[in-house]
Design a protein around this ligand. Structure first.
Ligand code: F6P
Length: 362
């Protein structure tokens, strides 16, 4: 009997921890005497004719550096034909057919897709692409906006990156008696800002899920015992009647109220950083779970982490348990999203710490 052939790919935005997942999956495949290939550039590479692949069965990569951020398989190239450009050109059907053809040509028994809620939603919406093989998805994203899992690969390291960044900012803030408005990533989900804000005991944390009042924010800062500190602002917030970057909007309001401040944008540094132990353990757990799922011939499943354990759930459950939103980049596609829920204990803890988190749950 021919041994199994497994494909691995990383799709969507990169984050720290991807290489650890790849390493653990490859190790598990080699132990089981399965062949394993990596697809370069995610679905962009799969679309190419022939698809761009690398053989991972024989230590092709230097796994000693698997704790480094980014993906040795790369995540996609904006210049290539992809879901976004095909949808814009009205050629999504042709794009999907090409992916399907590539999978058949590669003769894969299983695909491990390491992706965020966008990639997982697309896999659910267009099941014809991966039909005939075992599709196992591993959730990764610094946004932590994937429903049904308590952690996603890369989140903890991103929180650490932000924490260290703010620790440094606070030193210069103190020297100049000024406040920093730090804009975090996270899209429409406030998890990253909330976690990092609690970690550094920010003076305020503004997230898309909670309405805030600028006057109360100003009052809160003026009542502070210090004349410096950090206001953590998630990139998804808005102020009615204002446009531009959220941190700039908040900064202008503070300046108008006589509060000396600067803005800071950690940007893609949040997706970098050596992978923390907790993300490596998560990677090991997800990879182990994915390998067992392949052995059990499961398909259209996602690995999840809940109550300190790892299991798989169906992509259907993932999709229907989140809040559906129109995909901003892919016409006609819907993504399934998770947000900071009103009963998130960190909201209560932040309030108890004296952090201003806004007024009213949306
Ligand atoms: O989804 C991950 C993420 O880093 C978001 O937090 C952020 O809004 C976005 O990707 C940035 O994407 P890009 O690298 O394409 O600018």
């Amino acid at each position: 009997m021919r041994s199994k052939k497994i494909g691995i790919m990383t799709t969507g935005g990169d984050c720290s921890g991807l290489n650890t997942v790849i390493q653990r999956v490859v190790d598990g495949c080699v132990q089981r005497k399965w062949n394993v290939i990596g697809i370069k550039d995610g679905t962009d590479g799969l679309y190419q004719n022939p698809p761009i692949t690398v053989d991972l069965s024989h230590e092709t990569f230097q796994f000693a550096s698997s704790h480094l951020a980014g993906s040795i398989l790369s995540n996609g190239n904006a210049g290539n034909t992809n879901f976004e450009s095909s949808a814009r050109a009205g050629k999504l059907g042709t794009f999907n057919k090409r992916l399907q053809k590539s999978i058949r040509e590669l003769e894969l028994d299983a695909m491990v897709l390491i992706g965020g809620n966008g990639s997982l939603s697309l896999a659910h919406l267009y099941p014809e692409i991966y039909s005939g093989l075992s599709l196992v998805c591993i959730p990764k994203t610094i946004d932590m906006d994937v429903p049904n899992t308590e952690r996603t690969i890369g989140f903890d390291t991103a929180v650490q990156q932000l924490t260290e960044y703010c620790d440094q900012l606070l030193l210069t803030a103190r020297s100049h008696h000024r406040w920093f408005v730090v804009q975090t990533m996270g899209r429409e989900c406030g998890q990253l800002a909330l976690h990092a804000g609690v970690a550094i005991a920010a003076d305020a944390i503004l997230i898309p899920e909670i309405k805030f009042d600028v006057d109360n924010l100003v009052k809160h800062i003026k009542q502070s015992k210090r004349d410096y500190g950090i206001i953590m602002v998630s990139e998804g917030i808005s102020i009615r009647g204002h446009s531009g970057k959220p941190a700039d909007m908040v900064s202008r309001k503070l300046t108008a109220a006589g509060i000396a401040n600067r803005t800071a944008f950690p940007e893609h540094i949040q997706r970098a950083g050596d992978t923390l132990a907790s993300d490596r353990i998560l990677a090991a757990g997800f990879a182990d779970c994915a390998l067992h799922a392949i052995e059990n011939n499961e398909t259209y499943v996602m690995t999840t982490f809940e109550n300190d354990d790892f299991k798989t759930i169906s992509l259907d459950d993932f999709f229907h348990s989140g809040k559906p939103e129109k995909d901003p980049k892919i016409l006609g596609a819907i993504t399934s999203n998770a947000y900071v829920e009103p009963d998130n204990p960190l909201l209560r803890i932040a309030t108890d710490m004296g952090i201003y988190i806004g007024e009213k749950k949306k």
